[in-house]
Write a protein that binds this ligand. Sequence first.
Ligand code: PLP
Length: 404
Amino acid sequence: MKPIERSTKLDGVCYDIRGPVAREAKRMEEEGQRILKLNIGNPAPFGFEAPDEILKHVIHNLPTAQGYSDSQGIYPARVAVAQYYQQRGILGADADDVYIGNGVSELILMSLQALLNNGDEVLIPSPDYPLWTAAVNLAGGNAVHYRCDEQSDWFPDLADIRAKITKKTKALVLINPNNPTGAVYSKAFLLALLAIAREHKLVVMSDEIYDKILYDGAEHVTTASLADDLFMLTFGGLSKNYRIAGFRVGWILLSGAKHLAKHYIEGLNILASMRLCANVPCQHAVQTALGGYQSINELIIPGGRLYDQMDLAHKLVTSIDGISCVRPKGAMYLFPKLDRKKFKIKDDELMVLDFLRQHKVLLVHGRAFNWPEPDHFRIVFLPHKEQLEMAMGRLAQFLPGYQQ
Ligand code: PLP
């Protein structure tokens, strides 16, 4: 029989956070080995649980949530999202401009499928959250990476963005707060970026899923609040801020020059209807989450669990000789740098694989985030302090003698 090949549409589509190294960890676990997992930003399994009132509201609505909903989502959820962004300065935000999806992930795929023709280019940060690159390529586009500058707190290099714009560039993606770097962009930077988008008529896609996870006084500015003359998509969701990643709830808000995007919006509507609707019971979490007490605020201040783990993980990793790391201002990751003069690492994926096999700690290599050099890796600082201490202790043992 002829072998069954995968579609060539998947060429250039890659999501290594759950790739070969994670599969090896799974195999080791099946053998009975215990793995310390610092690879996925999934708060609940680490004991970061959802606020009770969210669960209560979902349970309360369960009996009446058995049918499909409107393809854009239930009305109270859309109103809550629109009001959230009104308060954040997007004055025209309206429930009709909100699309609720099964996580931001689904909406990233849909929004790019609706936009791109074959060969269209989208500017994406490097390093990135790799779904963005994968989704552009899957939609027939080309992901063109712009450099984020580690020397400048990982802010995107505006000159590099300018240099990479071509006639085919349709959109610019921003991840703020950033995964994996933890950068949070200033208003001045966002205004400069918007000026480029304006000059080149680019659609701006701003992934703000970590907008409430901020440290050390960082302030988050919603990009779309700074320009109402550009067409923008703002992405947000409940997975991280409210620790319910498994509920799969995210949203997009369309804003600004919607009159220029009539046909695009029709396309988005077709895609939204084709998948009928997002999970209905969990859409009931949105209004309670956004309107109620914001318990995340307790976790991100000194003495709060997430802050303290960030602080500790950062101290521990930077105390290893040959490692530096920009202290994150937001999100739940560190993206440390390995000194290439000290460590002769040619293949960062092999390095994390060897570390996993020898020390049973699972990290993600930097190139999984479309970072070009084999000199970074990502740590998730969701595990408890003792586990972070153990993991970083093992890294400090592993690295000095490591050779490829
Ligand atoms: N965007 C970023 C930057 C992320 O880090 C993640 C998940 O880690 C997502 C989107 C996807 O989130 P969701 O759970 O809403 O699909």
